[in-house]
Design a protein around this ligand. Structure first.
Ligand SMILES: C[S@@+](CC[C@H](N)C(=O)[O-])C[C@H]1O[C@@H](n2cnc3c(N)ncnc32)[C@H](O)[C@@H]1O
Length: 293
């Protein structure tokens, strides 16, 4: 069993991130305040000031992530004056200028959203997970997130057409192609970039927790045991305790003492967990959910 370390920092990530070494983090997974959507609980930033506020943080994140590492940003633009605000789109453009590669966008479909309607829109049932990288050659362990083929594949693969039996080159001339018959007899397939996951219903002393499945999926995809995972907007510590359970080293930063305390309680067992100090952790339960590296 590898010994994993957890470092929990109480404070503003704009300052606390400066304590981390250059090129040291394998995965940054975080959900910052979505502008001022929850200003009544943990403050926030006006949508028109969001990019200006975030860019010094993303500059620090670019410094600390390894060239082989990944940054996944869970975010969603709010509605302002009857329109979707453009701060997320503007942020992507500015981060690219800063040196980030915008590699991919995943969609988290909140499959248990209850129905609802406003006069000019329906209920929001998805969020973005923007993937940024420092380099085109980053670590990605795709086999770790494979999914069962399912009945659709049995139906599709039972009656193969002539095209299915040969390599079918891409019609856009990308050089890629597919041979459907290669999938016959396989039990697992690669997933898509749409993740169907229920929102968290358990109260973990925070108004904006994401489900444990969400960081777990990305931690499996982008890290292996002993790697370092960072959440600069830790909240109640979902990323941190999931990563710890998966035998990854973790760093979490949280501004508000009440959430910091909640995170400390969630990150267990903690041998030592004083703010701004290294806490050495001893893992008890073994992580079994996948044959993670
Ligand atoms: C969307 S919540 C994160 C929730 C978290 N993913 C969870 O599962 O509990 C964002 C968190 O960022 C914290 N926060 C806001 N500004 C911050 C800053 N400048 N530095 C560190 N944390 C900050 C808020 O207090 C809040 O707990």
């Amino acid at each position: 069993m590898k010994q994993v370390e957890a470092r929990l920092l109480l404070g503003d990530c704009r300052k606390e991130l400066k304590k981390l070494e250059d090129n040291s983090v394998d995965l940054i997974f975080t959900s910052p305040p979505y502008a001022d959507s929850r200003s009544h609980t943990y403050g926030g930033v006006r949508p028109d000031k969001y990019v200006e506020w975030f860019l010094p943080i993303s500059a620090e994140l670019l410094r600390v992530v390894k060239p082989t590492g990944t940054f996944v940003l869970n975010i969603k633009e709010k509605v302002v004056n009857g329109e979707r605000h453009t701060y997320v789109i503007e942020l992507i453009l500015e981060m690219r200028k800063q040196g980030w590669l915008w590699t991919e966008e995943f969609i988290w479909h909140k499959k248990n959203s209850y129905p609802g309607k406003w006069p000019n829109r329906f209920r929001d049932s998805w969020e973005r997970l923007l993937q940024f990288n420092k380099d085109r050659q980053f670590h990605m362990y795709q086999e770790e997130v494979m999914v069962p083929m399912g009945d659709w594949a049995n139906r599709r693969l039972r009656n193969l057409s002539e095209t299915d039996k040969v390599r079918d080159p891409s019609r856009v001339g990308s050089g890629f192609g597919k041979k459907i018959s290669n999938w016959v007899g396989r039990e697992k397939a690669f997933p898509t970039n749409v993740l169907h996951m229920a929102t968290e219903t358990k109260n973990r002393n925070h108004s904006a927790v994401f489900p444990e499945d969400l960081p777990e999926w990305f931690i499996k995809l982008f890290t292996k045991k002993g790697d370092l995972v960072l959440d600069p907007f830790m909240g109640s510590g979902t990323t941190i305790f999931v990563a710890q359970r998966m035998e990854r080293n973790v760093v979490g930063i949280e501004l508000l003492p009440e959430y910091f305390k909640a995170a400390q309680q969630n990150v267990k067992p903690v041998v030592e967990a004083r703010p701004a100090q290294l806490a050495l952790l001893e893992r008890k339960g073994k992580y079994e959910a996948g044959k993670s590296k």
